[in-house]
Every structure is written in C-alpha cells, then in structure tokens.
Design a protein around this ligand. Structure first.
Ligand code: PMM
Length: 294
C-alpha cells in the first residue's frame, strides 16, 4: 500500500492583469479556465484569492475583492471542485461560503479581521490559519523572533495563541489546519530554519499546510554568483524537491502553482515508499483524490 501523499491545493489568483483592458469578465473567465485546468491535473482543492499578498502589495477594496473571487468560486464549486477562498476579510469569507467555498484560507489566522472567526464557526467551513504578523506592505519589517529564541519557537508560540482564539470563537477543532506562513515576516534563511523545525508546528496537534511554491527564499537559494535571485518561473525543480521532503514529513497539504508537476513528484514519492514498504503497486489514487475532509 502506498502511503498517503499530501493534498494538493492549486492556486488560482484572481488579481488584475495590468496588460489587460478586457475588464472583469475576461479576468473571471480566465481564472475559471485556469481552475478547471488545475482540477483536471488532479488538484484536491482550488484556492481562489483576490488579494495579492506579495511583500509590499497594497490591499484591494472590499468590493473589488468580492467582485474578483465570488463569480470564480461559484463557477468552480458548481463544477464539483472543493474550493477554498484565500481571504483575510469576514465579508469575503461569508460570501465565498455562500457561493460554494468549503474552506476559508486566512493568511492572517484571524488577526486582520477577527470577525472572520465567527463566520467560519457559523458556516462550519474548514479553516486554514497561517502564521502572520502584519499586512504585506510592512510584513518584512517584522522578522525579529529573538524574544522567542528563534523563528521556530516564535511561529509555534504565535500560532498557539491563534489556536486558542480560533477555538474560543467556536471553530470546531477538526476543521482547523495550521500553516507556518513561509515568506510572511520571514527573511531568507528563516524559511529553511522553519522548514527544518516543522515538527514544532505539527506538535500543536493540527494538520499542517505548507506554501513554498515560487517563493523568494527559493529564488535566493538558487541565486546567481553575483547574488541575483533565480526568476520566479525557474524555481520549480527546487520546489518539487521540497514537496517530496514535506511528504516525508507527513504534512497534510501543499499549496502550489504547478499542480501537474507536484502530482507527478508525489506519485513518484508514493511509488518509492510503496516499494520500500514491501510491495510496489500503482499509487493509491483514491487517497490522492480525497477532498479536504478525508
Ligand atoms: N502564500 C501566499 C498566499 N496565500 N496561503 C497559505 N495558507 N499559505 C501560504 O503560504 C500562502 C497563502 C502567497 O503566495 P502567492 O502570491 O504565490 O499566492
């Protein structure tokens, strides 16, 4: 029997294309098309987001965010996809669940808009709480973890605080997933330190989701001799190596851009592990196609 690989959460960012003058319809249509492609490639969850959280990014208005994500969620949920909404706003989470989302992925873990926790509790949605310290405009000025004795202990302690608040708001413990928040208030090597110490997050007793895809710590790792970081589109091989190590570490899920490559890497990982376990067999497709509840 092959071991269970992590769930693959495919990223669908519905953020404006500055080269496009086609208006919202074109963006919606393109995003839905992209989501369908990721679903066909085997994504277990589609994560729809309307706010860019890249370092330095400014926030969209509430109405803009709703406009971006709700029609895309409605279309993909109607297709039967397990849809997650990547938002920090209670109103967006509520509308997204109404449109068919079953997971609320909040990069702020309820810190940006504490009302989101009541929405999650009332709707019974699954909730991904990521480690976060500040909005993207300023987040890289909060990378000091000395008060906790380092990034691993700091992320663990701050996530533990969030767990307390999330459960106190009425979110069911079996609905909660934690995420260490790679790249969010973490500088270069702190991301590796956190990955190496991931057990400390797992020890909090909840499933763990990790998003490493295309992030700048991979660009820095692969930098040229002159220190120029490797471009965003040329980080996938390093990311896939990380994905297989995360599978070994037993993470619940990985949040990725390239679903097909990730599924291929995890298929090879499962097959290798199945042979090590005493009998090769075709990968356990049922296990890889489970929804978020499985
Ligand atoms: N990273 C980004 C956005 N949303 N959600 C979770 N749970 N974990 C992450 O690491 C995460 C996230 C930023 O990455 P992107 O701009 O490539 O989507």
């Amino acid at each position: 029997m092959a071991p269970t690989p992590p769930r693959v959460m495919g990223i669908v960012n519905v953020t404006p294309d500055s080269f496009s003058d086609g208006g919202r319809f074109a963006d919606t249509e393109r995003a839905v098309e992209h989501g369908r492609r990721l679903l066909a490639q085997g994504a277990d969850i589609l994560d729809i987001g309307g706010e860019s959280t890249r370092p330095g990014a400014t926030r969209p208005l509430l109405a803009e965010e709703l406009d971006r994500v709700v029609p895309v969620i409605a279309a993909l949920a109607a297709d039967g996809a397990t849809v997650s909404v990547d938002t920090m706003r209670a109103e967006v989470a509520a509308e997204a669940v109404r449109a068919g989302a079953r997971v609320v992925n909040d990069v702020s873990g309820g810190l940006a808009d504490p009302e989101i926790l009541s929405v999650v509790a009332a709707t019974g949605a699954d909730y991904v709480a990521m480690h976060w310290r500040a909005h993207s405009e300023r987040m890289q000025t909060f990378t000091d973890y000395d008060q906790h004795g380092g990034v691993v202990a700091g992320v663990r302690a701050e996530l533990a605080d969030r767990v307390e608040a999330i459960l106190a708001a009425g979110v069911a413990p079996d609905r909660l997933v934690l995420d260490p928040g790679l790249g969010f208030s973490k500088a270069g090597e702190q991301n590796w330190e956190l990955l190496a110490g991931l057990d400390a997050v797992g020890d909090l007793g909840f499933p763990v989701l990790v998003g490493a895809s295309r992030k700048s710590f991979l660009g820095l790792l692969l930098a040229d001799e002159d220190g120029t970081p490797r471009g965003v589109d040329e980080r996938e091989a390093a990311h896939l190596a990380l994905v297989t190590m995360l599978a070994d570490a037993g993470v619940w899920g990985v949040r990725v851009h390239d679903v097909r490559a990730t599924k291929d890497a995890l298929t090879a990982w499962s097959h290798w592990r199945a042979w090590q376990g005493g009998g090769g067999s075709v990968p356990d497709r049922d296990a890889t196609e489970r929804g978020v509840e499985g």
